[in-house]
Design a binder for this molecule. Structure first.
Ligand SMILES: C[S@@+](CC[C@H](N)C(=O)[O-])C[C@H]1O[C@@H](n2cnc3c(N)ncnc32)[C@H](O)[C@@H]1O
Length: 231
């Protein structure tokens, strides 16, 4: 069991740097999240705490963010939303933007990429005319590790089994060892960047459609409102 001072420190840390609330009563969560990281750095939690407190480098900050965030995701998560995207949202946006032939979509907490790649797969499959438009799909996340993974566009069998239709697997992925590699034509439709929603994201410009799913749930009401006002 870790000391309450360490629990308080990392609970405050998560709120300050990420915006997520990990209550002090969730000592077990903080401990389990940091155990793996401290082991990988050859430290114990006490030493990790001292380093985070006294010598927080950018590299350590990123590692702590990776460890403290929940990156659960899968392809075509919440089918009904993707069905609505296919039936109503994209057709409406095609009509609305038919003059300028430009469409910008943002997956603002995209984790390891399954969400923006699902959007890109759906567009390729059902709206191929959009591939001749100025189409931009941006995937962003606070977690550097998740973004690096997303950029590779390579997924394990378990990740593939979670939501990807067999037909799309056969058409858009190739097997390489124990990974499934996404076709570069789909991969290049998505640009990945590391963005902390707590900070300004004005540099990304305006979007026609924003996927903001399973991320605000971790924030305070005030931060939820602030982010929603800026989206
Ligand atoms: C549970 S995943 C959801 C992924 C995807 N949107 C989905 O619905 O499948 C939540 C993601 O939010 C990211 N996240 C947490 N706090 C964030 C912040 N302040 N700014 C940007 N991303 C954040 C995490 O790193 C994680 O990848």
């Amino acid at each position: 069991m870790i000391r309450s001072e360490i629990v308080s420190f990392f609970s405050d840390f998560a709120l300050r740097y990420i915006g997520i609330i990990i209550g002090k009563e969730k000592a077990y969560l903080i401990e389990s999240r940091l155990n793996e990281l401290s082991k990988s750095l050859g430290l114990n939690i006490e030493e990790l705490y001292k380093r985070a407190k006294n010598n927080l480098t950018n590299e350590l900050l990123n590692k702590l963010i990776d460890a403290l965030t929940t990156n659960e995701t899968y392809f075509f998560r919440d089918k009904i939303q993707f069905e609505a995207l296919k039936r109503y949202v994209i057709p409406e946006l095609i009509q609305k933007n038919s003059q300028k032939k430009r469409l910008r979509i943002w997956s603002c907490a995209c984790s390891t990429g399954q969400e923006p790649y699902s959007i890109a797969l759906l567009i390729s499959e059902y709206f191929p005319e959009l591939l001749n438009w100025h189409l931009e799909i941006i995937g962003s996340d606070i977690s550097k590790k998740a973004i690096e993974y997303a950029k590779r566009g390579e997924f394990s069998q378990i990740e593939i089994n979670r939501g990807l239709p067999a037909r799309m697997l056969a058409k858009y992925f190739k097997q390489k060892g124990n990974k499934w590699v996404l076709d570069s034509r789909i991969k290049r439709l998505v640009r990945f960047v590391q963005v902390n929603l707590k900070n300004s994201f004005i540099q990304l410009g305006k979007f026609d459609l924003i996927f903001c799913r399973y991320v605000l749930i971790y924030f305070s009401d005030a931060l939820k409102k602030d982010i929603l006002n800026r989206l």
